[in-house]
Ligand binder design. Structure first.
Ligand code: ADP
Ligand code: ADP
Ligand code: MG
Length: 664
């Protein structure tokens, strides 16, 4: 019987697991790295143990330190969350050997699904349809290229040990095969210590549909229906939903049965997900889905399944880990309504989804339940003031909505995203909001290429929102509208009044562009900004803005340096202009190539003295879960290379210096 649970993870999943454990009367133990000493998962646990410095290899991936923490605190079970050690069979064996309970499948089942090539072979034998391709032992360039030719282009090269969308390359033409292969092998080696790859047919108009399964130690396996995770960027999920749009009952039954078979074939116990790639070029068919991989753990997107089934998957995991039988049979399960989950990340979408970091100076989520079912559910592992560091995944929170039908749930999602405010780091909230308003998505026409195809529309901002943000920022800069009784902010003093005077000039900087704005104060709540009248009142923690007869809530966060305006998911940041500081510091105009984020230099392809063309590849930087190729901003000569392979670099560090041959 589990009485004290150690959660070998951090962030939202650690908090989510502990919340259910606490509800069941189970004591909780957190583990943390030095970077997380003040983190939320440490704060909500009953006890917490430091396991090492910030890098994951020295903390969250240390089996010995985690077992020691369990023993020191008398924990009788370990929940791995997702990521980190969750799919590591040696971790499970070490836990077994220590006489503790692992909340997850047996090591043998993890091993059977650990490598994509071996997993596909096992599934083929079990009669589960797999994606056509090559998953044999010949790893030579020629052998694999020949296999790709046989499979037929386009093909996907996958690192067999890959995960999280890493180590994957789409190849459209045979000419590109060798370079793509090298990249997939390099990523596989660097991230998973395994350069082995497989080659798969790239399915046209692909949809990613996965089946949640749950198995007990008594041979019972049920499936909890499907999740559609087709909205992806760089093979990573962005918005997930359950059930899948336009899913015929017979296809659901066929996919569910295949997933149960897959679990039974490997003696699975616990929660798991069988991922299928589905032909989305027409209506879904019972013969149009193929096994991709099985994730032998709780999945990031499990809350949408909880929403439509009413089950708590962590509770089921704990129950099964205690040796109890599943409380329900397949016939007891049904789908209630529709759910979506959006993953809120610290990332710069416009810059190609570059991970971002920063302190969350302001954090306001829509009203909702936390780690529990509800029309709106927020699963977050951070609080205002917490920092998104370069050490870990940059996910900030998951916003989950549940409605009676798909259209209702999608409206709830758009509205919840519109009410989300985050300052202190760049986030994808505006992008998610536009995705939730996307017409094709709304009509259920989803495939994994949707985001790439429509990226321009998904990143464009409306001119009205730009104008509105500027107006509100200008008023904020003047301390307007004045708080009812409280003293005016920013040291203006409570007696300060600017009523009646003519126009007040305001200067603000936006991405280096200087705006000059004129504000006229017509009354306590009425203003004219650059000639347009608007009325702005304080309301709750935001502003109520009326313009041309429409009334709307707008959020603002300001500090000494910047003013951030939140308008229905659209975030605009302005820097305050310090008149004592000259704005123009004379930048070096493209001579320096800097790290766009902290990361590891994995390869350098130029040396001092090389002549490079514009856009020539200079080096590859690996950060978070991706490789980023840094290219020459212009033609020139490499004056200096300041880093070598293997170097860990800070955000903004100069990596390569160019000289001469400037573009004209
Ligand atoms: P899939 O493996 O099919 O992409 P998920 O989207 O559930 O399934 O998770 C992808 C992987 O990315 C996880 O195994 C985990 O390692 C990592 N990951 C994703 N999101 C996070 C996060 N917020 N924190 C830590 N790791 C994450
Ligand atoms: P990971 O372990 O990184 O999650 P997966 O094998 O699950 O790797 O693939 C990740 C994503 O890549 C899928 O969700 C899908 O969008 C895309 N993908 C994978 N295999 C194929 C395929 N054969 N054809 C088309 N898209 C694919
Ligand atoms: Mg996957």
């Amino acid at each position: 019987m589990i009485t004290k649970l150690l959660v070998a993870n951090r962030g939202e999943i650690a908090c989510r697991v502990m919340t259910t454990a606490a509800r069941l009367g189970i004591r909780t133990v957190a583990v943390y790295s030095d970077a997380d000493a003040g983190a939320m998962h440490v704060a909500i646990a009953d006890e917490a143990v430091r396991i090492g410095p910030a890098p994951v290899g020295e903390s969250y991936l240390r089996v010995d330190a985690i077992l020691k923490a369990a023993q020191a605190t008398g924990a009788d079970a370990i929940h791995p969350g997702y990521g980190f050690l969750s799919e590591n069979p040696e971790f499970v064996e070490a836990i077994d050997a220590a006489g503790l309970i692992f909340v997850g499948p047996p090591a043998s089942a993890i091993r059977a699904m650990g490598l994509k090539d071996a997993a596909k072979a096992t599934m083929e034998q079990a009669g589960v349809p797999v994606v056509p391709g090559y998953h044999g032992t010949d790893q030579s360039v020629d052998g694999l290229a020949e296999a790709a030719q046989k499979v037929g282009y386009p093909v996907l090269i996958k690192a067999r040990a890959g995960g999280g969308g890493k180590g994957m390359r789409l190849v459209e033409h045979a000419d590109d095969f060798p370079e793509a292969l090298a990249a997939a092998q390099r990523e596989g080696q660097a991230s998973f210590g395994d350069a082995g790859v497989l080659v798969e047919k790239f399915i046209a108009a692909p949809r990613h549909i996965e089946i949640q399964i749950m198995a007990d130690a008594h041979g019972n396996v049920v499936h909890l229906f499907e999740r559609d995770c087709s909205l992806q960027r760089r093979h990573q999920k962005v918005i997930e939903e359950a059930p899948a749009p336009n899913m015929p009952a017979e296809v659901r039954a066929a996919m569910g049965a295949a997933a149960v078979e897959a679990a039974q074939a490997i003696g699975y116990v616990g929660a798991g997900t069988v991922e299928f790639i589905v032909d989305g070029s027409g209506p879904l068919r019972p013969d149009g889905f193929w096994f991709m991989e099985m994730n032998t753990r709780l999945q990031v997107e499990h809350p949408v399944t909880e929403a439509i089934t009413g089950l708590d998957l962590v509770e089921l995991q704990l129950r099964v880990a205690n040796g109890a039988p599943l409380p329900c049979a397949q016939a007891d399960l049904s789908i209630d309504g529709h759910a979506f989950e959006a993953r809120l990340y610290a990332e710069d979408v416009e810059a190609g989804f570059l991970p971002a970091t920063g302190r969350l100076a302001h954090l306001r989520f829509p009203r909702g339940a936390t780690f529990a079912r509800g029309p709106v559910r927020i699963d977050a592992g951070v609080r205002a003031g917490d920092e998104i560091t370069p050490h870990y995944d940059p996910m900030i929170a998951k916003i989950i909505v549940h409605g009676a039908d798909r259209a209702t749930a999608l409206r709830q999602l758009a509205s919840a995203l519109g009410d989300t405010e985050i300052a202190g780091t760049t986030t994808n909230v505006g992008f998610l909001k536009r995705l939730s308003d996307h017409k094709g998505f709304a009509s259920g026409k989803v495939d994994t290429g949707l985001i790439v195809r429509d990226i321009d529309a998904l990143t464009v901002r409306g001119p009205e929102q730009d104008r509105q943000a500027l107006d509100i920022a200008a008023l904020t800069e003047l301390g307007l509208p004045e708080p009812a009784a409280a003293p005016a902010p920013w040291g203006m003093g409570s007696g300060w009044r600017i009523w009646g005077t003519a126009a007040h000039p305001v200067a603000l900087l936006q991405n280096g562009t200087r705006h000059a704005i004129r504000v006229e104060i017509l009354g306590k709540t009425s203003f004219r900004v650059d000639g347009t009248a608007l009325s702005v009142e304080r309301q709750g923690d935001g502003l109520r803005v009326s313009r041309n007869g429409t009334v709307q809530r707008v959020g603002v966060h300001s500090d000494k340096v910047a003013i951030t305006v939140f308008d229905d998911g659209c975030v605009t940041r302005f820097e305050r202009v310090d008149p004592l500081v000259r704005a123009d510091t004379g930048t070096s105009g493209g001579d320096d190539v800097r790290a766009p984020m902290p990361g590891l230099v994995t390869s350098v392809s130029v040396a001092a003295g090389d002549t490079v063309d514009r856009d020539a590849s200079l080096l590859v930087l690996e950060a978070m879960k991706m490789e980023h190729r840094l290219c020459a901003p212009r033609a020139g000569v490499v004056a200096e290379v300041l880093v070598t392979e293997g170097a860990q670099v800070e955000n903004g560090a100069v990596l390569v210096r160019l000289e001469g041959l400037a573009d004209d």
